[in-house]
Design a protein. Structure first.
Length: 323
């Protein structure tokens, strides 16, 4: 019976599947295990179920040792994992694609409305006991019907956001991706453009690329300079895709109307981050996929990945090929 370490408490569905087959330890601290504790806990494990905040690198793989067969990330993003290093050692890596698409797309749409309609200063106004009258000129925001939506990264979540806003709000959709997305292109009358054009033409820009070398810092000073002054920027992908100092300057100088972020760099955002001060920047603590349904399905997929890898089969949602 192999050993499995689960680095945080997750829904029981996946845990029960693992418990019926393996000796399972679940870290149930309020905070993640400190790095040295994590490395000690995974020693001799056949499988590890990791969070997006756990770095899976050579030191991690060394600490687990040669019995390690698979690492299942409890996330679709896997920028925390050195997949090549794992492949070299014959360790399978898997993620949880698809089952969190709707939850995350809903979060992006919610952020668009919240940022565009000034929910953050409005809520602050109520909670800080400043609400006196019905004010015709306070908290005026933007409308979305018929406006242009720019999706950066037309993958699963990008197309789910585009679908909601095209059919729901009648938005015109343009997008960037390294490849043409013919099916969504036809269904949503969405046109693929270059990033420069997207930034110049969009009223709402929503980021959905994975984080990798060519998307780190993709949205920086030059890119903010191209945006419309009333543009709204939404990021539910990864914080590192935006140059955050450039975002602060752009918001302070009203180069754009507002931003809605579910992800930041780093996470959590430091207490003295200037982003926290800005009424035009609404920030969520990375809750994109935080629905009962998505998290339950993610736990099952991650368990299926580990069961397969430890049993010597390919992971059903695998990211690498190992023999
Ligand atoms: P996906 O289907 O793989 O979509 C990513 C898309 O980005 C792909 O279609 C890819 O298309 C495109 N892309 C990659 N590099 C690009 C570039 N340089 N320029 C433009 N487009 C590029 O993944 P997904 O399931 O939609 O998830 C997307 C990301 O969202 C994840 O990687 C994760 O980091 C993040 N996420 C966050 C949350 C949250 O809680 N906030 C939840 C889930 C996911 P091409 O290959 O054709 O370029
Ligand atoms: C969340 O950020 C994920 O990548 O699943
Ligand atoms: C607002 O509450 C309105 O009735 O217009």
């Amino acid at each position: 019976m192999g050993k499995v370490f689960v680095t945080r408490s997750i829904p029981q569905d996946g845990i029960s599947m693992l418990q019926s087959r393996f000796e399972v330890e679940v870290w149930d601290g309020c905070d993640p295990p400190p790095r040295d504790v994590l490395l000690a806990k995974i020693s001799g494990c056949s499988g590890v179920l990791t969070m997006l905040s756990d770095r899976v690198d050579n030191a991690f793989l060394d600490a687990a040792g040669s019995v390690l067969k698979g690492v299942a990330n409890f996330a679709v993003g896997f920028n925390n994992i050195d997949v090549d290093a794992a492949t070299e050692r014959g360790v399978a890596i898997g993620n949880t694609p698809g089952v969190l698409t709707d939850a995350t797309a809903d979060t992006a749409v919610g952020l668009m409305i919240a940022a565009g309609r000034c929910f953050l200063p409005a809520v602050r106004n109520v909670s800080e006991l400043q609400w006196r009258n019905w004010e015709p000129m306070m908290f005026l925001g933007q409308e979305f019907r018929g406006k242009t939506l720019g999706i950066v990264g037309m993958g699963r979540i990008g197309s789910a956001v585009a679908e909601r806003l095209h059919f729901g709000w009648g938005m015109k959709v343009i997008y960037t991706s390294r490849t043409d997305k013919e099916e969504v292109g036809q269904r949503l009358a969405a046109k693929r453009v270059d990033l420069e054009t997207l930034l110049q033409e969009s009223d709402v820009i929503s980021l959905h690329t994975s984080l990798q070398k060519d998307t780190r810092g993709l949205i920086g000073r030059a890119q903010f300079g191209l945006m419309k002054p009333n543009a709204i920027l939404i990021n539910t992908a990864r914080g590192e895709i935006i140059d955050q100092d450039a975002l602060v300057d752009a918001l302070k100088s009203r180069r754009l109307f507002a931003a809605g972020l579910d992800v930041t760099d780093p996470e959590p955002l430091p207490s003295d981050s200037p982003l926290r001060e800005l009424d035009s920047c609404i920030i969520l603590p990375h809750i994109g996929s935080a629905t009962f349904q998505a998290r339950s399905r993610m736990s099952i997929m991650a368990a299926e990945n580990l069961i397969a890898a430890i049993g010597g089969s390919p992971m059903p949602y695998g990211l690498n090929r190992v023999s």
